[in-house]
Design a protein around this ligand. Sequence first.
Ligand SMILES: Nc1ncnc2c1ncn2[C@@H]1O[C@H](COP(=O)(O)OP(=O)(O)O)[C@@H](O)[C@H]1O
Ligand SMILES: N[C@@H](CCOP(=O)(O)O)C(=O)O
Length: 312
Amino acid sequence: MAKELKGVQVFAPATVANLVCGFDVLGMALQQPQDVMTMRLREEPGIVISHADGYDLPVEPEKNVAGASLLALMEEYPEKVGFELIIDKRIKPGSGLGSSAASSAGAVVGANHLLGNPFTKEDLVRFAMNGEKVASGVKHADNIAPCIYGGVTLIQSIFPLNIVQLTAPPMYVTVVHPQIEVRTSDARQILRKEVQLKAAIKQWGNIAGLVAGFLKNDYDLIGRSLEDVIIEPVRSILIPGFDDVKRKSKDAGALGGGISGSGPSIFMLSREEYVAKGVEDVMIDVYTRLGIEFKTYVTMINYEGAKVISEV
Ligand SMILES: Nc1ncnc2c1ncn2[C@@H]1O[C@H](COP(=O)(O)OP(=O)(O)O)[C@@H](O)[C@H]1O
Ligand SMILES: N[C@@H](CCOP(=O)(O)O)C(=O)O
C-alpha cells in the first residue's frame, strides 16, 4: 500500500478588492465566506487536482488557478516536488468575492507549510498572482495580498511588487451576492482605457482619503472617501439593483460601499453591528422585489488571512 504523505487543511478567506475607489490597489479580507482545501505532498512530482464541490472548474494544473500558482512556486523550489489538492469551494466563482484568489492563495500557503516554510509571504503573493492571470488575464494582487496577509492591503506597485499592510478600525461588512456570474475578465474588458484628468483628481483624492481614514480611525473620512467616479459608473450597469442597494444602505446608516471586486457582489461598511444588519435587510428587500436569487453575509475584517488549520 502507498504510504500516506504529510497533508494539511487550509482555510482561505473571501476578499473585497478595489474597496470602491482603489481599483487594482486596495483590498480587504473577510471572516466569511472561506474556501477549504486539503493538500498532500505526493511521492511523484506534478500536481493532481480534484473538487469536493459542485463547481465545474478545470482540473488541469495550468488551467486551474490553484495549479497555476503552485507551478510558479515549484519553479523556484530547488527540488522536484508533487502535490495532491482537493478543493472545496465555499466562495462561488465569478462572485466578485475573490474566489479565484482564495484558491490561488490557499494552494501556495498550504504548499509552503508542507515544504517547511521556505518562502516569504511576498513570495507567495508573487506565485499566486499567476492564478489571477489565468482567471482574469491580468496579474492583479488586490485580492491575493489581503487573502495572504489578512486585513487591508495596498498594492503600491505590482512590478516590482510592493505591498503595504494598512491598519483599519473595526468595521462590519455587509455583502449581498446576487446569484448571477460576472467574470472578472469580462468586467475588465468593458472598462475605458483612458481617464479624464478631472476624474483622476477626484479618484486619487478619494484613495488618499480612504487610506488616511483607515490609518487615523476616522470613520467620517472613510465614508466620504468611498466614492468611485471611474470604474463603478461603467460596471454597475451589469448589476441589477445596485443603485437601490447603495442609496438605501446609506439611508440605513452605512458608511458607504460599492461593487465588491468586479461584481456582482455589493459590499457596505458600517461602524455598528445593528446598522450592518439593517443594511442586510435593505439588500434582502431589494433582491426579493427584483426576484433575483441572492446570498447575504454580515461579517467583519479578517486579520489572519489564509492559514493552515490542521494537519491531516
Ligand atoms: N480553483 C478555482 N477557483 C475559482 N475559479 C477558478 C479556479 N480555477 C479556475 N477558475 C476560473 O476563474 C474564473 C473565476 O474567477 P473570477 O472571474 O476572477 O471570479 P471571482 O471574482 O469570484 O474571483 C472562472 O472562469 C473559473 O473557471
Ligand atoms: N481589481 C480587480 C479585482 C477583481 O476581483 P474579483 O473578486 O472580481 O476577482 C478588478 O476589479 O478587476
